[in-house]
Design a protein around this ligand. Structure first.
Ligand SMILES: [Zn+2]
Ligand SMILES: [Zn+2]
Ligand SMILES: [Zn+2]
Ligand SMILES: [Zn+2]
Length: 412
């Protein structure tokens, strides 16, 4: 069982809290039990919800949905404070769903039945329940939690033309800052779904670029240590982080993954990613051991080393051997998990730049308030859209805010 805690932290009590924690809660509960829990945005107020999907959306913001007018009225005192803000955030939906891909359009057409969107989309492209994709839909059960499967999953289940399984044809020259630039550089067609997994390493790359631009980390060092907080789904997709070899050539990158979702059996495991995740083409050069020589000697070698640690950062930090240059916490849910306040306090004390991402703007907004409450300072990197957010909507039946994995980022 995961060690997530869903209790309200009185210091950060906010009306939308219940809704956001609901979003995270749903993902985890649904993951554990493999079935949707039908509750409306008034979760936890009054009687249990009417069964079925909540269909009564707030007429002012359209961001939240209720099962009944009774629950809507019960929730109004809480919702009124956030309603206008959520209405503004809803207006950014078109901008956020603007991707260069041909597949994201298909996936979002069925918005009415978001529960089925991810499964049916993955089925339609032949990737449903494939190893690296298994955590991408609601079929993923906590029981298949990699506990007895510590072998690195390193196959894309895609042909070589659709995934970056080998060295880039040209080394990276300028800062890649959009999916379009990345796909063009990596010679991937815009119907390749690889971005659905590559948003993890690309988000790390973007965070590194952003911190270097702001001189928070050194631009010239050939070593980079990152503490990566709260990994969850990416534990099934670790091989994709090998893409950082191509994105940050000539750098020895060490990433420590720390979080309560790391299985006990994998605590302390070290993974050296000296190859890219493999394609499904039998004769592709990514299967041969001397694949790197294709690039010739001019290519600057780099390695990515991952280490897994189970536990909360504030408990594990002092036992970790490396001193980080940068802390990255993807989809952090700072306002939803009270345990974050201790980690933020620690990050503040050790004075390491930290970049967080979250699913939606409201979560980022509430997180920035929590950070300010702990540190007494505003953010060093203001809330902004991550160009490398995952190009597929998150599923939630009571919350209609545009939500994507790694959607908004901000730093302290
Ligand atoms: Zn209800
Ligand atoms: Zn509203
Ligand atoms: Zn599924
Ligand atoms: Zn290949």
């Amino acid at each position: 069982m995961l060690e997530f805690c869903f209790e309200m932290d009185s210091r950060i009590k906010k009306p939308v809290y219940h809704m956001l924690s609901h979003l995270f809660y749903l993902q985890i509960v649904q993951t554990l039990f493999g079935r949707p829990i039908m509750e409306c945005a008034a979760k936890g107020r009054g009687d249990p919800c009417f069964s079925g999907r909540p269909r009564r959306r707030c007429g002012l913001c359209g961001a939240v949905a209720y099962c009944s007018s009774k629950h809507q009225m019960l929730d109004w005192n809480n919702h009124r404070e956030e309603c206008a803000r959520l209405a503004q955030q809803m207006q950014r939906a078109d901008f956020l769903s603007d991707f260069p891909f041909s597949f994201s359009v298909d996936a979002e057409h069925t918005e009415l039945e978001k529960w089925l969107t991810r499964c049916s989309f993955l089925i339609s492209i032949g990737l449903h329940l494939k190893p690296m994709w298994i955590c991408e839909c609601s079929c993923w059960h906590g029981s298949i939690y990699l506990d007895n499967n510590s072998r690195l999953i390193d196959e894309w289940s895609l042909p070589s033309s659709l995934c970056p399984c080998s060295e880039p044809r040209s080394s990276i020259r300028v800062h890649v800052d959009s999916w379009k630039d990345y796909y063009l550089w990596r010679c991937l067609p815009f119907y390749s779904p690889a971005a659905l997994i590559l948003h993890w390493p690309l988000t790390v790359y973007h965070c590194i670029q952003l911190s270097a631009l702001q001189s928070l980390i050194s631009k010239t060092s050939d070593q980079l240590h990152i503490h990566y907080l709260g990994p969850y789904k990416e534990l099934c997709q670790l091989a994709a982080f090998a893409e950082l070899r191509a994105l940050i050539p000539g750098v020895q990158l060490h990433i420590d993954f720390v979080g309560p979702a790391v299985p006990q059996s994998r605590d302390g495991e070290t993974i050296i990613l000296d190859k890219y995740a493999k394609c499904s083409c039998v004769s592709c050069s990514c299967k041969s051991s001397c694949e790197d020589t294709n690039m010739g000697s001019c290519h600057m070698k780099s390695t990515v080393t991952l280490k897994l640690h189970r536990g909360f950062y504030h408990d594990k930090c002092e036992y970790m051997d490396s001193h980080p240059d940068l802390i990255i916490a993807p989809n952090a849910g700072i306002a939803a998990y009270p345990s974050w306040s201790q980690s933020i306090d620690l990050i503040n004390k050790i004075s390491i730049p930290a970049i967080f991402t979250d699913y939606c703007e409201e979560a980022a907004f509430l997180a920035s308030q929590c950070i300010r409450a702990v540190t007494g300072r505003p953010l060093t990197i203001p809330i902004q859209v991550n160009p490398f957010r995952q190009p597929l909507l998150m599923e939630d039946q009571a919350l209609f805010l545009p939500c994507y994995s790694n959607c908004f980022l901000f730093g302290m």
